[in-house]
Design a protein around this ligand. Sequence first.
Ligand code: ZN
Length: 512
Amino acid sequence: MSNISLFQRKYQELKNCLIKIQALEAAASVLNWDQTTYMPTGGTYARGRQIATLKEFAHEELTDQSIGQLLEDLRPYEQSLPYGSTEASLIRVTRRDYERATRVPPKFMAKFCQHQAVSYEAWVKAKSLKDFSIVRPYLEKTLELSRELASFFPYKHIADPLIDLVDEGMTVSILRPLFSKLRQKLRPIVEAITSVPSIDDSCLHQYYPKEQQLQFGCNVIERIGFDFQRGRIDVTPHPFTSSFSIGDVRITTRVYEDNLTESLFSTIHEGGHALYEQGIGLELEGTLLAGGTSSGIHESQSRLWENIVGRSRGFWECFYPQLQGIFLKQLSSVPVSQFYQAINKVVKSPIRTDADEVTYNLHIMIRFDLELAMLEGKLAVKDLPEAWNERYKRDLGIVPANDSQGVMQDVHWYGEMIGGMFQGYTLGNLIAAQIYQGAVKHNPEITVAIEQGNFTLLHKWLKQNIHEHGRKYTANELINRVTGKPLSIDPFIDYIQDKYSNMYDLKGPIPA
Ligand code: ZN
């Protein structure tokens, strides 16, 4: 047998193993989606065990020595192929996942998974009762398990391995200075905007029936490219996106009948995540390459559609007449200019998911710093609510009314882990601005097309340059390929300064 056909046989063998692993992972995701959407709470304990069992099987398969052997045998084949080819990429990414997975004992993963399920349920209860003490022991256990997970890897900072799991290549030593520069640039912008009289957004807080809100949100994401033949939408307390295959990508949203923007923008946000998953090249289906490459890149796709497109003037020139038609009583006397200002109101608020795009990153950087402090052992879980409130007072000038609106507002620490949970959001905002700038540079008609209700041009460009590649390239490789430059805060700051100095009619440019 020739070398080539021997390699091809081994490659096929590897691919078959990975398809089996992906099937187990997808089954665990379906169980998780079901738990979060429709499962009665009585199923919690059993469901945790079921998901943990599937994850354990998947972990055992991935860490099997035969995979390690195949990856070794395929090294010369990988080197003979172009870097971006599906074959070389699959071998490279599998090796990375294999090396990562073999460091973590399967029993540990199962234990952590089971804990996450019960901790999530405790958080739901604690949040509704506004009582942090209910979830505190679970969070203490989560911190212990997060530290244990990090300990299986070599690291300079204990958060590095946890960050690397979702944002490969990012470390505390890169992120701390990047975020500090961003905070320095953002603070004077936020101060300048919030020192002028605030915008009246009462038009958004009338009675908006749930069904009509959901219907409009569905229309919008269908227009920007969400394929309902390959996806669906449901309602949950905390919106998320789940992908079981390229042909089955599901999003959720939440609806408040006294708030028009909550459901609309979380639907567009999750829709942006879903366009990424639905846009992955079909040849990658069922393999480890069929997914988003990092949390930052994933978030860049949701934020690009939610904010840069969804909160732009051009977007509403297109959609506002339709929205007015649905909510005639509420919006017929509200001109598009007023609506545009209302959806872009900048305000120092306690809730991250309600935050405007200017203050949003300040919320993230608070969480990032608190995560690091807990992992470093400098902040105990029992002192977390107080530390949270202190930082909110310092950075945003407000103190949350209770812990449900404060430290318990986000699911991440309670349903997942402590470490690596939040930097992806700010990276996403930065990457979104940089990618959009790149897209418009290559294709200047994109902005005019959006005003005319044509989203195909932008969607196609994102699909070709980002979505189709799945996990072939790392975040840094993609950003360099697409924009010709490494990650920078400049496009985001330029975008914010341009948009808001226009809107707030401030004298001269906002100080940088
Ligand atoms: Zn998101």
